[in-house]
Structures are given as C-alpha cells and as structure tokens.
Design a protein around this ligand. Structure first.
Ligand code: ZN
Length: 446
C-alpha cells in the first residue's frame, strides 16, 4: 500500500517533515519514504491511499492506562464525595474493580480500544485489576486487543488489599500471561501483544508479596509496571512499614530497573530521582489524572534534566493522547510560575521518543516513528497549518493546533483499522450498546 499526498512528520531522530510525501507499506513494515512524485513513479502498481494533504504521523503510544476504568465514566460514587486520594481509591476504584466480571472486562477494554483507534493511539500499556475475576482476565483483554488490531502490553495488578489468596492469584495471572506472550503456552501471538508484571503500589504490598512477586518475575526475566508515590499516602505508608521512602523500598526488593515502569512519581525527592535514573527505571507522567485526583505535580522538568527518560500515559483518561500532551505542556508552566518550563519539544520527546523506548521493552520492532524498517503504525490527521510548518516549530503546531479528534485514518502494522473515521475492525454500535447495558449493572453492584 502506498500512502500519497501526506505531510509526513517522521518523529524519528532527525524528525523530518516531508511535504507532499508518500509512505510505502509492505506487510507490517514501512518499506520506503519520499515524495509522492518519486514513490508513485517507483511503485506504479501499489494500491493507493490518498492522504489528501493530511498530516501523516506515527501512531501514538500511551505508556500507562487502565482499560478496566471505562465504566467509571459518569458513575455516581455512593456516599459523600471522596476528600483525598486514599478515599478515591476506596470509594471509587476498589469498589468498581470488584464489580467487574468477564463480560465487563471484555467490554470495558473494547470501548477503550475504540476510543484509542478513533484518536490515533496504536500502542497501549495497560494495568488491569478485577479481583472478582482474576485468572484468565488478561486473556479476555488480549482477545479484545487482537480483535481491535492495536498493540497492547498487559499485566495484572498484584495487591494485598483483598487478602493473601487474591495476591497469590494475581501473581499467578502475571506469570501465566507472560509465559503465554513468550509462546511458552503455545499458540501464535503475532506482534500485537506484550506482557509485563503488574504491581499495584507500595502502599498495598507487603514485604512477603513483594518478595514472591520479584522471585517469579526474575525467573521470567520480566520487569514491573507499578504506581510509585502517586500520593503522599504512599510515602507515609512506606516510611511506617520500612523506614524507607517508596523508591528506596522498591529498590531494596529489586523492583526497579530498565524493564520497570514507575507510573506517576509525583512525590519523589532528589535522592529517589537519582535512584530512578541510576536504575534506568522508566517514569511515566499522567498529568490529567494527577490534576483530577489533586495529588500534586510531578517534577517532570527536574527528572528530564537529570536524565530520566520520562514517558507519557493517560491513567485511564480518554485515549486522546494529544490532549495529554497539551495538558503536560500547560501544567508545568503554571506550577513553576515560569513560561519557559516544559517546551513543546520536551513534550514531543516524552510522547514520541521516550514512549517508543518504553514500548520497545515489549515489542521488538521499532514503533513510534515513521522510518524505513519501522512498524507501519501510521495515523492521518486532518490539520491545515495556518502558519509555516517546519521541523523546528512542529512541536508547537502539535501543541496548539493538532488534536486527536482530527484523526481520520489509523493503521497498525499495515492493517487499516479506521478509514475516513469509519471503524473497520470493531462494531461500534454493538459495543457501545452492550457497554451501556453492562455498565448499568456494574453501577448497581458498586
Ligand atoms: Zn494508574
């Protein structure tokens, strides 16, 4: 397939803009890039997909999300409104996740996948919880992911909050699914699924559970996906339990490292940041969620400055990763009282290069860039620049002009999942109707 007449933004190291550009897709990969004139002459027999002047960009990566949170949209929380983050966990999330059964897990994933395709998010790193339906839950999500045709890395959140037995079951589910994606349990996995080992957060994990989880993950050669110091409550708990701050405690147990994703890191001090950097741990920033939960502002500019490659996630917010970029750009300026903080180029680095590095832990082929040999994960976005668009100012066009609602075509591994805003792999009507029906029952159980 030959995509022609696009304004290509490559988002690779050189980050070139090719106006009136073309992309040759052969199988799952990008086989050639160049001008439309050059490539149509070179490949006259290719099937043509006309971008009609739209932006052609790599599919977006979301480095931390929760499909299971989909049914929280519009849900009334019983009793008085939660006053702080521990209350949000207890009154909302820990009631919602217990109310999820098999069909709910499937449909909450499917509605998020529709949202992702619609907004051009082609790779998602999910963190799942369903204490009433643990074993096999990741297979249910995996099936939805394969039906949708996007890429996702899955894990199950191990926690002691529901007792020892559920914690053991959670460890078992991670172990089973990691083995499955490695092909050890048979079956073909293709390139759409990845796996890591999920842990909730230091504040709901005992020493014994951490030890056991680390032993199992080490045996499998896996890293972790965990919430770190999202709220001060996590620090208070860790100091009480161990006399150590969260990052120190997790490091003592061997949770950190190059394969580990530490979501949030809102309340980490300079010493903890050094540990995160020295261990090569991947920090993922989720500004909309942090603002919504009023937990504080992560010192992302400080982390980037000392050499932590911070990525960007949505923590279960909409899969419009452009909005997450816009918010990341604004939040740190206001927080520091300095408009020079967090330039558009830094936001792009988080959303594209850093997220691509994180995704490369789970997917072997290059993602998140338009270059020869990279996976053909391409989106076309309707955007007509009203000022000159150049390599240098491109981040500010993305911040001030481009949005996920303008995504018109989504392609993953050469397969077209949405064309002219029409979904080709999922039945949106059926999925949304069923989702509304199931969500209502979940709300009643909550
Ligand atoms: Zn989260």
């Amino acid at each position: 397939m030959l995509i022609v007449n696009g304004t290509i933004i490559t988002f690779d190291k050189e980050n070139q803009i090719i106006s009136d550009g073309a992309i040759l897709i052969a199988g799952e990969h990008i086989a050639d890039l160049g001008s439309t004139a050059e490539l149509t002459a070179k490949y006259p027999d290719e099937e043509i997909l006309d971008a009609q002047g739209k932006l052609a960009m790599p599919g977006l990566i979301c480095a931390h999300t929760h499909f299971y949170g989909a049914f929280a949209r519009g849900m009334a929380i019983p009793g008085a409104a939660p006053q702080n983050f521990p209350e949000i966990l207890e009154k909302l999330w820990w009631r919602l996740d217990k109310a999820l059964f098999w069909q709910d897990i499937r449909y909450s994933a499917l509605v998020c996948l529709i949202d992702a395709i619609r907004h051009g998010a082609t790779t998602l790193i999910d963190h799942h919880a369903s204490p009433s339906a643990i074993e096999g839950s990741l297979d249910i999500i995996a099936q939805a992911v394969e039906e949708a045709g996007v890429r996702a890395c899955l894990c199950y959140e191990v926690t002691d909050r529901d007792g020892e037995e559920k914690a053991r079951e959670g460890i078992g589910e991670n172990e089973r699914f990691i083995k499955r994606t490695k092909g050890e349990l048979g079956g073909t996995q293709g390139n759409l699924l990845g796996a890591t080992f999920g842990l909730h957060a230091s504040l709901t994990l005992s020493d014994e559970t951490l030890e056991e989880a680390v032993a199992v993950a080490n045996e499998l050669g896996a890293g972790f996906h965990i919430h770190v110091a999202e709220d001060m409550a996590d620090q208070r708990d860790s100091l009480k339990k161990s006399g150590l701050r969260v990052v120190e405690r997790l490091n003592e147990f061997g949770v950190l490292g190059r394969q580990t994703i530490a979501a949030h890191c809102v309340h980490v001090d300079a010493y903890e940041m050094d540990i995160l950097r020295d261990t090569g741990t991947r920090v993922v920033h989720n500004p909309r969620s942090n603002m919504n939960n009023a937990v504080g502002v992560a010192d992302v500019p400080g982390m980037l400055k000392i050499g932590i490659d911070v990525g960007l996630g949505n923590d279960g917010f909409s899969n419009n990763m452009f909005t997450e970029m816009h918010v990341a750009y604004l939040l740190h300026k206001l927080n520091k009282g300095d408009p020079r903080v967090m330039g558009g180029d830094q936001v792009m680095r988080m959303a594209f290069q850093n997220n691509a590095q994180i995704a490369s832990l789970f997917f072997t082929e290059p993602l998140g860039q338009l270059s020869v040999g990279a996976m053909a994960d391409v989106i076309l976005v309707d955007y007509k620049p009203t000022t000159p668009l150049t390599e240098g100012n491109c981040p500010w066009h993305v911040i001030f002009g481009v949005d996920g609602t303008g995504v018109d075509t989504t392609i993953v591994g050469g397969r077209v999942l949405m064309r002219d805003r029409e979904l080709l792999t999922l039945d949106e009507e059926e999925i949304c109707a069923k989702s509304r029906e199931l969500a209502e029952k979940v709300w009643q159980r909550v």
